[in-house]
Design a protein around this ligand. Sequence first.
Ligand SMILES: *Cc1c(COP(=O)(O)O)cnc(C)c1O
Length: 372
Amino acid sequence: MKNNYLLFTPGPLTTSLQTKRSMLSDWGSWDSDFNAITSDIRKRLIKIVNGDDKYTCIPLQGSGSFGVEAMLINYVKKKEKILILINGAYGERIKKICDYHKIKNLPFIWSEDKPLDLLKLKNTLKKDKSIKNLAFVHCETSTGILNPLQEVSKLCKIFKINLLIDAMSSFGALDINSKKISYKALVASSNKCLEGVPGMCFVISKKTEIKKCNGNSDNLCMDLYDQWVYMEKTGRWRYTPPTHVVVAFLEALKQFSNEGSVRGRYARYKDNVQNLINGMNKIGINSLLPKKIQSPIIATFLSPSDKKFKFEKFYQYLKGYGYIIYPGKMAKQESFRIGCIGHIGKKEINNLVSQIEKFLKKEKISTDRYAS
Ligand SMILES: *Cc1c(COP(=O)(O)O)cnc(C)c1O
């Protein structure tokens, strides 16, 4: 089956033809050519966060959540309390993972559309000396809110707390500099801002940190220490790697580098989100977040309150024209989301917005207000 959908979603997302084409060959997972690809990818990923040879990258089979779970169960000891910053679905997922594995945790919850209260966080860390770890979602993709990495990292340093970063939807598009930010481990995946296809994730940490993880994991397939030791020794993945995904990932990383790495990618996504929000405002649809905390990754839009607006109808209409958008993930308000990441630019964004305008006209949906 063939389609020409453009994905305005936070991953999987639209990949380039070149990336898709790179998957037309089969690879032996023990073969040295394939191992060289894995090794190349690991080096490139470390470079993206400005890591030196003190750092290592451990790839793992599976989607991003597999990586988040693996990071937590390897780098966090069950009895060493972790504070989980939660302002959306991915923060909630971290809590769920910790509960599953009986990792002692404390949620720190705030509103999905408000910036983190750093003073309140500081006081919490000051008061509770038993907090040894902190889990942080850099860009909370469920709304598109950008959380303050620099500031949280600073607090963790002051209070000697291990920082664990879910950088899934920020890695590659937002600056994460290992020379400026100290963290115990961070995790991301192939199919977000690096524009690969889904199927693998990876954790980056200092080698000294992964070395301390021996025996921590209570899950064999997610034992990152074991995966790391084996990969260092043999160059191979422990258990079957998603070979096509890996090969496509290298191809995507080459394109990433040609685009100017983080700086280039950030610039395109930033343009995308601005074009999108401006265009939507012009046709009377408002985004949820104030500019200051809006990431260039995905935007949440408030559904028109006109009863004639039905998300399912809207979705199917756009799909008919080749555009796939995303439902909202907010509890308190009806919303939908449009991703700005992937192999898309100005033309695609503008075409999507005019198609949305046509839908509103066709269905005679009145919008709430015309924002400036
Ligand atoms: C996409 C994403 C994940 C992982 O989701 P999967 O569906 O398992 O790939 C985790 N955290 C954040 C912030 C994400 O955007």
